[in-house]
Write a protein that binds this ligand. Structure first.
Ligand code: LMR
Length: 330
């Protein structure tokens, strides 16, 4: 009897031993941009805070600059458990859900502050669940900046885009927006964009200041037009299987850390855009074209007809909620 009781303790004893000497949970965070961008800085900060607060229990490995996966591959990699965290641009969700196409509508948000108000509100928070039925969990939004257009010729009015080949992210809204203007949009991964510009396979591209500067796109283009026509930002995602399988206390601590990092990224993104823009202007090349209100109005007029194609699938009430967030922005 005594032996039987003792034997019944053995599995528990072994489990305790394994648990105390257990390997840390590894979180591989794959992204495509440089480390000195809002997303790159956020990813490294997350790694640092996890190391401080979950020492020995969780280890974060960050893979920037598409060293592991491009954004089109990372969704499958998450579901397969090859990586545990990613923050693709909202435009890259286009093939998975129509709901997030909202973010690509040109001239929807006036600035980053408006985006932040929308994302913090009820509709923005609801959109974090847009991928729930696909096996993903949205953990939060990180901003980058407003998009401007770079090219190897001056683009002052929308008509200047006629016949121009432009690298775009794989978004149906963005593709149609440029087709409306008579340009030729070319969907290319971020990792291949610099090379495509260098070889003149495309003549221009649209992006945030930090992505342009950190990739050196400005060295390959003659002009940048400050259209600020759309928002470029990210949804931080993981797989539901991974996230729900974490011990509750670890998951809770990771959520707290992510909330802190998200606040830091939000606080820093606009300043980063300002600095990178300034650095490009200071270098004197390419020429930065600032638009008057009237000129920007022409871009708005030329691009916004694309809304009509996507309003039914995104939903007019969602669009109205986003527009309402502009109150308080210029
Ligand atoms: C792009 O492909 O231009 C961006 O989505 C890259 C990024 O992650 O900011």
């Amino acid at each position: 009897m005594k032996i039987r009781v003792m034997l019944s303790f053995i599995p528990l004893f072994c489990f305790t031993l394994i648990a105390s000497g257990a390997e840390p949970i590894v979180i591989r965070f794959s992204h495509v941009v440089a480390e000195q961008t809002p997303k790159g800085i956020g990813a490294n900060r997350f790694q640092q805070l996890v190391e401080e607060k979950l020492t020995g229990r969780v280890k974060v490995e960050v893979f920037p600059r598409a060293r592991l996966y491009n954004d089109d591959e990372v969704f499958i990699a998450l579901l397969n458990g090859d990586v545990q965290l990613a923050a693709p641009s909202l435009s890259k969700f286009s093939t998975i859900t129509k709901a997030l196409e909202l973010y690509d509508l040109p001239f929807l948000f006036n600035d980053l502050a408006a985006v932040e108000r929308f994302q913090g509100g009820e509709t923005g928070q609801r959109l974090l669940h847009a991928l729930d039925d696909k096996g993903f969990k949205g953990l939060g939004y990180w901003p980058n900046g407003m998009r401007v257009i770079s090219a190897n010729k001056p683009l002052r009015s929308p008509a200047d885009l006629q016949g121009l080949t432009l690298r775009i992210e794989p978004s149906k809204v963005i593709a149609e927006q440029y087709q409306f203007l008579g340009a030729i949009p070319v969907k290319l991964s971020f990792a291949h964009t610099r090379d495509a510009l260098r070889r003149e396979l495309v003549e221009g591209q649209e992006n945030s200041w930090s992505n342009i500067y950190s990739q050196g796109f400005q060295t390959l283009q003659t002009n940048i037009t400050e259209t600020n026509h759309s928002f470029q930002g990210y949804m931080l995602i993981t797989s539901k299987t991974f996230w729900n399988g974490l011990p509750a206390d670890v998951r809770g601590e990771l959520e707290t850390i992510l909330a802190q990092v998200t606040e830091e990224v939000k606080a820093q993104a606009a300043e980063q855009a300002r600095q990178d823009r300034q650095a490009i202007i200071a270098a004197g090349k390419p020429k930065v074209i600032a638009l008057t209100d009237e000129e920007r109005g022409l871009w708005r007029q030329a691009m916004t007809p694309v809304w009509a194609s996507f309003t039914p699938s995104i939903g007019p009430t969602v669009i109205a909620a986003a527009q309402a967030a502009n109150a308080g922005s210029r």
